[in-house]
Every structure is written in C-alpha cells, then in structure tokens.
Design a protein. Structure first.
Length: 245
C-alpha cells in the first residue's frame, strides 16, 4: 500500500478513538507502522481534528452537514465546512459590531443642538469641507472654530458644526448652524443633492421652532438650521445659489 492510499484510509480515524484497531484498517495500520513520513502526517491530521473539535463543539452544525457525518470518509470535509460556517458567522458579527450607528434624517435633526456653548472643538474624526458658496459669500459669516457633536455615546465626534450669521440688507442678521456628517451615517440618504434643492422643514427644539434644510454632497450630508423663518432660509438658499452660479 502506498502513502496516498494509506493516508486516505487513515483520514477516517477519529482522534483518541480505537478506529485504528478495526479490521478494515489493518493494511493502512501496517503501512503506518513502517513509514515515518506517514506517521508524522497522521499525527498532524489527528492534532488538527482535535483542535477543530475544541473550536466547533458548541456550534450548531447544519442538517446537511450532519447527514454527511455517518459516511465518515467525508468527515474532514464536513468538519472544515462547519468551521467555514462558524468563521463566516464570526466575521459577520465582527463587521456588524464595527459598523457605525446610522441615523434617519429625523433623528439627525433631533440630535443637533441649537445651544453649542458646551460643545468642544471638533476632533477631526472624519474629513469634510464647508460647501464652497458658504465660504465665498460675503453675507455669510462663519465662526472660525468648528465644534463637534457626539450623537451615539461612542468615542469621537459624529458631526461637525459651524455657527454662522447671515446678514440681510434691511433686516436684522439671521443666526444658524451648518452641520456636516458622513453620508454613511444617514439612512436613507436625503434626496436633495444641493442646498438650493433642499426643502424647508420646521422642527421643535428647546421650545423654539427653527427651520432646517438637509442635503447631501458627495460623501457628506449637510444640515442648515436657521433660527428664523422658512422665508429666511429660502433667502439664504437663493443668495448662495446665485453666488455659486
């Protein structure tokens, strides 16, 4: 009997069992006793099987794999398949645990504060840029320090916020905030792809009724929250849209 045939038969031997003493194992056993290379390979096979049993002993094996076990010539393939299932489950759980918390648009608006006096400087936990028209427009004055907001109690800021003031020619300035959050944190994404196309929506916050607009640009979702009326917000939208054009 050659080494390959012997090892194929010995593959059916369960670790720490008396399978090797069975009559049908006689020829393979005789070859094993006379072949140092097969003895080393067989020892590795048995060691592998013991390790696998330790890992998957508490894993439920699917019925299609369980049905393969009585035909013990397929035992190793069944065990490896079970290990693959268990590993896939563990990888899936790990990916789920590492995935950032997502918020709906309504949850995002609810979590954005209008009083930022207690907020710390943004910790640069993600990259973003203020939209170009906001930076270039002379009627918009943005505070030099970007603040951070924690919305899920996990380490790091989830959103960056800039306080701004919009100067109107005949009326008092309008105050507001411009918030940015990575697009992968919002589901579903807002339909508007520019500030000019975003709808106005009133929300209730700290006893006040600010008006908000939500839109997305590339990998970022932006929120403009104005402490004024829908007409004030629409004026800012028109102004910035005209400046951008």
């Amino acid at each position: 009997m050659d080494c390959q045939t012997a090892l194929e038969i010995l593959d059916c031997v369960r670790p720490d069992s008396d399978d090797l003493d069975l009559p049908e194992m006689a020829d393979a056993r005789a070859h094993l006793e006379s072949c140092d290379a097969c003895q080393e390979t067989f020892a590795s096979m048995q060691s592998f099987d013991r390790a696998v049993v330790d890992v998957v002993q508490d894993v439920d094996v699917p019925s299609r794999l369980r049905s393969a076990l009585p035909g013990y010539s397929r035992r190793r393939r069944a065990i490896q398949a079970a290990v693959s299932v268990a590993c896939a489950l563990m990888v899936g759980v790990a990916v789920w645990l590492q995935s950032p918390t997502q918020f709906t648009e309504a949850e995002l608006l609810a979590k954005l504060p209008i009083n930022l006096s207690a907020n710390a400087k943004f910790d640069t936990s993600f990259e973003f840029a203020l939209p170009g028209p906001w930076v270039a427009n002379r009627q918009v004055k943005i505070a030099p320090e970007i603040l951070g907001i924690d919305m899920d109690d996990d380490p790091g800021h989830d959103a960056a916020v800039a306080v701004f003031r919009y100067t109107r020619s005949r009326n008092a300035p309008v105050a507001g905030i411009l918030a940015a959050i990575p697009a992968n944190r919002i589901a579903p994404l807002p339909s508007a792809v520019s500030f000019a196309l975003a709808d106005s929506q009133y929300i209730t916050k700290d006893g006040r009724r600010p008006v908000a607009a939500v839109w997305r640009e590339r990998d970022t979702v932006y929120v403009c929250l104005v402490l004024g009326s829908a007409a004030d917000l629409e004026q800012i939208q028109r102004n910035l849209s005209t400046a951008a054009a």
